[in-house]
Write a protein of this length. Structure first.
Length: 710
């Protein structure tokens, strides 16, 4: 039966309980604790003062997150594209059968790997685990990856190489308040994670200093004692300059280097060539500031270095992160309380999302897909033969780039992602999605990607489901159901259960989060990201449990590396890296650096936040930040409109002139679609190690544009 598209309407009578329920924000990796109370027309939200990470503080996005639950555009029935090319409503059994038969047909025609799965960094741990199992044990395809490849992969790759394990912050965020100096590289937390600023404010009140490295004088940089406004793409060079000064002024910890690390001598020799005058020429940062920053870091009793997407979303992303790890190791900081190196995870479950098997090269618990013992263990748990588990598949952009091609994926399941807005070279990605034989998308709104689908499966939202998430500290926390999903909507676990059954897997896909988590615990026992000792009761009692946690009788691990690193030798590894190269740089045709990022009132591809009234008011249009002199030369006025063009395409933005940005650089946010899509401009060149696209640096030109339509 097919009917017209219907949405859920605004009235909500889906209350589970009217007492406040402890849960967490649906957006970023800070995962603020919320107290959410069901109400007649939605939910009421306040910050949870007892959750120790945010201590009651929220940003505007958290306070307003309830509006999406009863949003009039909410999907409330599966949609199937009919013979006339229109998406029309269908019942669940027809939609599920359509998906199963289409995926079977694609695999019969083109082989198993012709079906792909694309996941997301906001999915719960349970969903991530079962999505990976669905791809490898049911579809038996190698091609599964996820949008976290666009977010965390460079920091993760660097952590694995240097420390043998990747946990974004190997210490609790509270350690920040106890550091004398914090070096923040490519992170604008005052806008992206405002409640995290409370730790920096406490650090400052205690006499601590903040150093920010960023091409823009962001709100975060305005809080800093020292702002190093580098040329985009020169992060590693600057790190080497800082290391040069530390070595020259004997501010490194030779004892620590000798006892706890390996590979320093090659790095020492390499850093000798990064004297401050040269680094000033290469990075645009004044020598005196380089020396000042190095002395602040080197003489501090406690110092923390944090990197984020500014440094990591580059073709040199892994190199950049490794360069700052070198710095932290040389000072002997890593593994001591109130010291160390950390990478600030971005997406809501960016940490758990990269641990449990939706990455192209990975099995649950951060096991490697090319490790025979790991394959054996997981295959046994899943009831398949180890040789039937596929090998590593294509990384996210490579998978998207090859969609619809002879050797690429021809049928795709997308869950929790909107790559038409969030992937680099977005116009090309949209074309590749349109070239698929079959596309199925699970989402709660008809996102820009869902609009292209052959089948759309309406899924439950954050306050309508239980599950676990892992925050940026590696703290496993509980997401709780506050209200029932609207009639006609299923949770992602129910969707996977239905698809698995339709494809012949009668068992092994629990639709209950508790059942999925228990299996995940077994799958991760003995693995690097070991969750086997974590239970719901412990999470409640302990305000979250830090992995690794190998026994219900033992505590979790808030701080890693106190005695040894997770490398075979137990020592951390220095890396001598090449700091030059990278993707596209400005030239005569495209004279500006273009860099992208987030703004306070929007989140990722904007599927949720662009639908929230207060957030739309706060950030109505996509604004391009341009230095006043650059704007004047181009004939652009503040509040006017600009067309930005790169070798990939063009898009238009509202002009915001600001001296906070370098004269050679333009910043655009990436939350908007279509003609205002920053990712129509970005460069899909990949980091050769992490396969991270270069979102943060490309070459662009500007011109006045016709009036900007929000
Ligand atoms: Fe907290 Fe992030 Fe949610 Fe803001 S978006 S309330 S910082 S979890």
């Amino acid at each position: 039966m097919s009917r017209r598209v219907r949405t859920s309407g605004s009235a909500l009578k889906r209350t589970v309980e009217r007492a406040p329920i402890r849960t967490h924000c649906p957006y970023c990796a800070f995962q603020c604790g919320l107290l959410v109370t069901a109400a007649d027309r939605g939910v009421n939200i306040v910050g949870d003062p007892e959750f120790p990470v945010n201590a009651g503080a929220l940003c505007l996005k958290g306070f307003t997150a309830g509006e999406t639950l009863a949003h009039p555009e909410r999907l409330s029935a599966p949609l199937v594209r009919n013979a006339a090319g229109r998406l029309v409503e269908a019942d669940w059994s027809a939609a599920t059968e359509k998906v199963a038969s289409a995926l079977r047909l694609v695999q019969r025609k083109y082989g198993r790997d012709a079906v792909g799965v694309f996941g997301g960094g906001s999915l719960t741990n349970e969903k991530v685990y079962l999505l990976g199992k669905f791809a490898r044990a049911v579809l038996r395809t190698a091609n599964i990856d996820y949008n976290g490849r666009f977010c965390m992969s460079s920091g993760a790759a660097a952590g694995l190489r240097a420390f043998g394990i990747d946990r974004g912050l190997p210490f609790p965020v509270a350690d920040i308040a106890g550091a004398d100096v914090v070096l923040l590289v490519g992170a604008n937390i005052a806008e992206t994670m405002p409640p995290l600023m409370q730790y920096f404010e406490a650090q400052r009140r205690g006499g601590g200093q903040l150093i920010v490295i960023d091409p823009r004088r962001t709100i975060t940089a305005q809080h800093a004692a020292l702002h190093l406004r580098l040329i985009p793409g020169t992060d590693a060079t600057l790190a080497h300059g800082l290391l040069h000064v530390l070595i020259h002024e004997r501010l490194i910890d030779e004892g620590y280097i000798r006892e706890r690390t390996e590979g320093f001598e090659a790095v020492r020799a390499h850093a000798a060539t990064y004297w401050p005058e040269r680094v000033e020429r290469l990075t645009g940062v004044a020598q005196r500031d380089i020396v000042h920053a190095a002395r602040l870091l080197g003489t501090a009793s406690n110092a923390i270095i944090l990197t984020a997407r500014g440094a990591e979303q580059q073709t040199l992303g892994t190199v950049n992160a490794l360069s700052y790890i070198n710095l932290a190791l040389a000072m002997g900081r890593v593994g001591r309380p109130f010291n160390g190196y950390g990478c600030l995870t971005g997406q809501g479950n960016g940490q758990g999302g990269r641990e449990h098997g939706q990455k192209a090269d990975q099995l649950p618990g951060y096991r490697r897909l090319d490790d025979a013992a790991a394959r054996e263990r997981i295959a046994t748990l899943w009831g398949v033969a180890p040789e039937d588990l596929p090998g590593p598949g294509r990384s996210a952009y490579e998978l998207l780039d090859a969609l619809g091609r002879d050797d690429g994926v021809r049928g795709l399941l997308i869950m929790g992602s909107n790559p038409v807005v969030s992937a680099p070279h977005a116009t090309h990605v949209e074309q590749r999605l349109a070239a698929l034989d079959f596309l199925v998308v699970a989402d709660f709104f008809l996102s820009e990607t869902a609009r292209l689908a052959d089948v759309v499966l309406p899924s439950a939202q954050w306050a309508e489901e239980d599950g676990t998430m892992t925050n940026l500290e590696g703290r496993v926390i509980r997401r709780r159901r506050v209200i029932e999903p609207p009639p006609g909507v299923r949770t992602d676990l129910q969707i996977l259960n239905g698809l698995a059954r339709a494809l012949g897997a009668e068992h092994g896909f629990p639709s209950s989060p508790a059942g999925a988590f228990n299996e995940l615990r077994r799958a991760t026992a003995g693995a690097p990201a070991d969750y086997s000792g974590i239970t719901a009761a412990r999470i409640d009692r302990e305000s979250g449990v830090f992995w690794p946690c190998a026994s219900t009788a033992k505590p979790g691990t808030p701080r890693l590396f106190a005695e040894r690193f997770h490398t075979p030798s137990g020592r951390a590894r220095f890396h001598r890296v090449q700091t030059f190269g990278g993707g596209e740089r400005p030239d005569a045709d495209y004279p500006f650096y273009l860099t992208t990022g987030r703004v306070l009132a929007q989140y990722q591809s904007g599927t949720q936040t662009r639908r929230i009234t207060a957030l739309r008011r706060a950030a109505r249009v996509a604004e391009a930040e341009i230095h006043p002199r650059a704007a004047q030369r181009a004939g652009l006025a503040d509040g006017g409109d600009v067309t930005i063009e790169t070798r990939r395409g063009r898009a238009s933005f509202r002009v915001k002139t600001t001296a906070a940005i370098r004269e050679d650089t333009i910043f655009v946010p990436f939350h908007w679609p279509d003609d205002h899509s920053a990712n129509r401009l970005t460069n899909p060149a990949l980091d050769p190690i992490s396969r991270m696209p270069e979102f943060k640096v490309c070459a662009a030109r500007i011109a006045a544009a016709p009036k900007h339509q929000p």
